[in-house]
Design a binder for this molecule. Structure first.
Ligand SMILES: C[S@@+](CC[C@H](N)C(=O)[O-])C[C@H]1O[C@@H](n2cnc3c(N)ncnc32)[C@H](O)[C@@H]1O
Length: 326
């Protein structure tokens, strides 16, 4: 009942978000109504408590896993923002790049367009489904390759690259991030550059959020940290990872990833409600103390988010450094 009610409340803004996104990016896939319904459906799954664990097959799973994660990642990729970040990271014609945690390949394909002429890119992701999605859409472009790999293990067999690019990945690995970064050193050419990009104060910056809502959001980000290995403060740690490993010529930068004020854009509404719904599906009990419970919280959050006086932001922190000597 809740799922249906929430779906019908949101359906028009989902349509708007898609239309806006398709128009803006000329995304070649048109989704039919059934696919949109399926995409909405992923918000309402109940997930087990800790998704970030080794599965029976020995593979690792990840917090946002769902059959529609490829579509979610496609929608939230803003090509202009990505190009700005990539320019700062020295992604330029002729370079050879490794895209770690490439998802469904949309970011990989945009980076590839900036490498021409003469550059190439390999995207790796442990999700067979997202890698085949990426191959289907972009795999026939010369200079683009996708491989299924678990980046928590060394990937020396892939060879070495001018740039190793890691965006929106370390936030899912609060415990293992330093080790992941260490392993990537062997994928760098002698003067190769590692680029780490991640959010800071993830989901936590909204003004003027009523204090009871603010408390809930902080509580559930804490829960994601404690039980799901998620790191809302991944961005501020990037510099120390490079520093501790002896990277050279380290540079830092900061941009706004979300900067939301005035009238809400459909894709922002879509992303934020979805993020909160996916995260909260891990911890319904947190809403027991909220007057009116889970449904009331979402109604209140949407009211807040639709208010043009609301101001929401999330910084993305970018770190780049050259391979350590020796
Ligand atoms: C949030 S997405 C980031 C996608 C892309 N980098 C971007 O900037 O939009 C994180 C990706 O990391 C992948 N991932 C998570 N754990 C992984 C692992 N251990 N090895 C390889 N990929 C993994 C997920 O499958 C997912 O596609």
């Amino acid at each position: 009942m809740h799922a249906n009610a929430a779906f019908w409340r949101q359906s028009s803004s989902v349509d708007n978000a898609y239309n806006h996104h398709l128009k803006k990016t000329m995304w070649p896939i048109r989704l039919n109504l059934l696919q949109k319904l399926q995409l909405m459906g992923y918000c309402f799954r109940d997930m087990p408590d800790d998704k970030h664990v080794e599965t029976d097959s020995g593979k690792k799973s990840y917090l946002m896993e769902s059959k529609d994660e490829a579509k979610r990642l496609d929608i939230k990729t803003d090509p202009d923002e990505l190009r700005q970040q990539a320019t700062w990271c020295n992604i330029r014609p002729g370079t050879k790049v490794l895209d770690v945690g490439c998802g469904p390949g949309r970011t990989t394909s945009i980076l590839h367009s900036m490498l021409q002429p003469g550059g190439s890119i390999v995207g790796v992701d442990f999700s067979e489904e997202r890698v085949s999605h990426a191959k289907r859409l972009f795999g026939n472009i010369p200079g683009v390759d996708f491989k299924v790999r678990d980046f928590t293990k060394p990937m020396d067999d892939l060879g070495s690259f001018d740039i190793v690019w890691v965006r929106f990945v370390l936030e899912y690995f609060k415990r293992e991030s330093p080790e992941i970064v260490r392993n990537l050193i062997s994928n760098l050419n002698p003067d190769g550059q590692l680029c780490l990009l991640d959010l800071d104060y993830n989901c936590l910056n909204h003004y003027e959020l009523p204090s009871r809502m603010n408390d809930i959001i902080h509580r559930f980000m804490e829960r994601l940290e404690e039980r799901h290995n998620f790191d809302p403060y991944a961005g501020r740690k990037l510099y120390s990872y490079l520093f501790d490993l002896g990277f050279r010529d380290i540079e830092m930068n900061l941009m706004a990833h979300h900067l939301i004020y005035g009238e809400i854009r459909p894709e922002d509404e879509f992303n934020w409600i979805k993020k909160l719904e996916v995260a909260s599906s891990h911890m319904r009990d947190i809403f027991n103390d909220y007057p009116g419970g889970y449904d009331a919280f979402f109604t209140d959050f949407k009211t807040f988010f639709h208010d043009p006086r609301r101001f929401t932001y999330t910084p993305i922190i970018m770190a780049r450094g050259k391979k350590p000597l020796g």
